[in-house]
Write a protein that binds this ligand. Structure first.
Ligand code: GAP
Length: 458
């Protein structure tokens, strides 16, 4: 398949089949916010389940929490986000549209990673390369733009009631770390996981789910002794690679690591590596960041809150703020990467089919059931009985529209691994066909063996 229009095809499939809808669509949409439709919701839950299984359930050193979105505004002062969570923007001097300076510089091919440039360097590059806005107009000088989303809570709207939506989801983990330590009676090292919302006032909003203003982050924050941090940093990097290649079943050739350059790192990180996924025509883009945060967060929150957040090591009689290794993946990007990874096209003309070759654990529906003809009550009745039995254990779809070929194509497009068809032979010998999405083979199976057959494959 040509890769230069894969994004367009995926956006269209997501809309057409109810994976993702633009938010507030009847009001013309609302930039960079999306709703997950019925199939998107099922896929989302399956991705989250896979993430949770890998990062929490299969380990005995990670527990999971779910924190509130509203937090004291002091959290964001202490974390450094109020002062330092900023992108650099430039403005079109004619129509006043604003752009991320690093994105314009990268898109113009001036350099690859422009994220760490100073304001002066950006101004210099714009001048030297006569860089114009996408509308061909001159650009302003570069300035900083804070990404935190602000609102007010309480009966009055003034400085005293400002609250910030979470700029990064993980802050609750740092605030709760001591409570988790004490209530779970853990010892270092251990991790706290969370899937939680984050909100960012992004200036550049394009590429569908890749850069949104509201998204979930899937975090593991791993607390350890300072001297052990390099070892666990490497372990978690290996772990992330295995998560994407083994749990998500991504082709390793579609993944790579990229270390942040010195000036590019977030203010809290002493070392940062991105897992990048190859989004076809868009090239390699970040889907997860692995950061060495040192004791930055616990130091800051101890200072601002006045609370002692230190760990007491009874074996050595020491008290210290542990170091944190952070793995922070974005859900929307993982969802989009999953669509890119498993989208397939096959054949030409009338026999062309689009299918999602999703690993069964991720597929929204595991199996679909059809009666060969919907105007034959005896077929419909048998198929309904099978459907009712299967849905106790598997997410199961029912389809009796059009002909069987069309139903297969329709299920292929949403990634359903198996389609069960009840036909006239079923009435004679209690067998059904089970069609495999990827191979298109259709072995006949006895109905009483269907559950075991599917269990063995799913
Ligand atoms: N707590 C660390 C942190 O927030 P980050 O690199 O800014 O680090 C982590 O974000 C991940 O969150 C990214 O790797 C990306 O997958 C996702 N992410 C960040 N901004 C995003 C946005 N505007 N839209 C969608 N996902 C985003």
């Amino acid at each position: 398949m040509e890769n230069n229009d894969k994004m367009e095809k995926i956006v269209s499939l997501c809309k057409r089949r109810g994976f993702v809808y633009p938010s507030s669509e009847i009001y013309g949409g609302f930039a960079a916010t999306y709703d997950f439709g019925p199939l998107g919701f099922l896929l989302k839950k399956n991705i989250e389940f896979a993430w949770r299984k890998w990062n929490v359930q299969m380990r005995d050193d990670v527990v999971e929490i779910e924190g509130a979105i509203f937090m004291s505004p002091k959290v964001w002062e202490a974390s450094g986000h109020v002062g330092g969570f900023a992108d650099t923007l430039v403005e079109d001097l004619v129509n006043h549209k604003r752009y991320r300076a690093d994105h314009l510089i990268e898109e113009a091919g001036i350099m690859e990673n422009a994220g760490g440039l100073t304001l002066e360097k950006i101004d210099e590059l714009i001048l030297k390369n006569s860089l114009k806005s996408p509308d061909g107009n001159p650009l302003s000088g570069a300035k900083k733009f804070n990404q935190l989303v602000k609102t007010h809570l309480g009966a009055v709207e003034d400085e005293s009631t400002i609250v910030y939506l979470k700029g990064e989801s993980c802050q609750n983990i740092y605030l709760d770390w001591k409570s988790v330590l004490e209530t779970t009676r853990r010892k270092l090292p251990f991790g706290i996981a969370q899937i939680g919302k984050a909100f960012r006032n992004e200036i550049t909003v394009k590429n569908f789910l890749f850069r949104t203003r509201e998204f979930e982050q899937m975090d593991v924050q791993y607390f350890c002794r300072p001297e052990d941090a390099p070892k666990y940093y490497q372990e978690w990097k290996n772990n992330r690679w295995d998560f994407y290649t083994k749990m998500m079943e991504f082709n390793p050739e579609h993944l790579r690591w990229r270390q942040h350059e010195k000036d590019e790192k977030a203010f809290y990180a002493t070392d940062a590596w991105d897992v990048e996924f190859k989004f076809a025509e868009l090239g390699f883009r970040e889907i997860e960041g692995v950061h060495d945060r040192g004791s930055y967060d616990l130091d800051q929150h101890s200072k601002f809150s006045g609370q002692d957040l230190r760990y007491f090591d009874a074996a050595t009689n020491e008290k210290f703020n542990p170091y944190i290794v952070e793995c922070s993946g974005g859900f929307n990007r993982l969802f989009l990467a999953t669509m890119f990874e498993f989208y397939r096209e096959e054949g030409e003309g009338d026999s062309k089919r689009v299918y999602l070759s999703l690993p069964p654990k991720l597929a929204p529906y595991k199996v679909a059931v059809f009666p060969l003809l919907k105007n034959k009550p005896e077929l419909v009745e048998r198929a309904k009985t099978i459907f009712d039995n299967l849905k106790i254990n598997f997410t199961t779809a029912w389809d009796d529209r059009g002909n069987v070929g069309k139903r297969y194509y329709s299920q292929d497009e949403i990634g359903t691994p198996f389609c069960v068809t009840v036909d006239f032979q079923t009435l004679e010998d209690n067998t059904i066909t089970v069609r495999d999405r990827d191979t298109k083979e259709q072995p006949r199976i006895e109905i009483e063996n269907l559950g075991n057959y599917l269990n063995g494959k799913l």
